[in-house]
Ligand binder design. Sequence first.
Ligand code: FAQ
Length: 308
Amino acid sequence: MLQLEFDERVAADDRVEPRDWMPDAYRSTLIRQIAQHAHSEIIGMQPEGNWITRAPSLKRKAILIAKVQDEAGHGLYLYSAAETLGVDRDELVELLLAGRQKYSSIFNYPTLTWADIGAIGWLVDGAAITNQVPLCRCSYGPYARAMVRICKEESFHQRQGFEILYTLGHGTPGQKAMAQDAVDRWWWPSLMMFGPPDAASTHTGQSTAWKIKRFGNDELRQRFVDMTVPQADALGLALPDDGIAWNAERGHYDFTEPDYAELTAVIEGNGPCNAERIAVRRAAHEDGAWVREAAAAYAAKRAGREAA
Ligand code: FAQ
């Protein structure tokens, strides 16, 4: 009976809310995906945070600080969305730090030059938007609602990245070369963000049936390529794939698939920056212990006062 009501709700495109009955596997799939997404936002602050002190002007620095702060905010909305499913944020953070929950592969690549900040905004946020706009229609209400605001902010991030690359691409030959080098390095990892091909994906079938994911990984990857190729032309930068060509029959751009063996290696902890990212996150967590203790002491004192 409860299962039937759940199935009907999903079939009718109604939202599932925290107090509704849901299958255990639906709940655990959501916790897994939302937690991974939240961790990605928090770890994702590191590659860009790396350039805050070296941004080329006060204006660029202010914009970058705001962007990194936005990512922190996204992490917090997402941990809150996960908490509506009966887990604690503390528990999820412990799982991340113990290496038992994942975060996006993309944040295990280094940011070597200022142009990388442009490439992250343009390509990484561009891929994130392509993947996340459909999540605004996810069947689970709190996740879908969190995604609406996140997507608005990600659109702004994507434009600031495009603008950085446009400026560099129309600058000196050295600046243009730096922009091209960043695009060359971030293109393939950005394609990998969408996950393995559907044929090798563990969760896509069930997650799309539950309308958690609205589309498979391959379709979203294709949409990203279709959106990005004309933008690269507008930037005057090349995408590092000779296989990109308009396919009139399919109505899409053909492209070369990324190296999924590299994706697997990065997911398993063997990317260029995995160890550093987790070490930095662990140190930040330990340094922040006094804030958590002070907040808990304040909350206990306040609760005591209210009870008196
Ligand atoms: N990295 O069966 P599937 C951002 C794992 S955007 C690491 O296809 P699923 C914004 C997957 O978890 C980035 N792991 O899995 C920003 C599963 O392992 P499991 C975050 C990956 O869940 C921009 C296994 O492989 N966005 O942060 C990856 O159906 C700039 C099999 O894969 C989201 O998280 C990967 N790339 O589809 C911040 C979006 N791909 O759990 C700062 C929400 C796959 O069984 C700066 N998430 N895996 O052990 C999703 O849409 C989905 O979870 C996918 C994966 C599409 C990522």
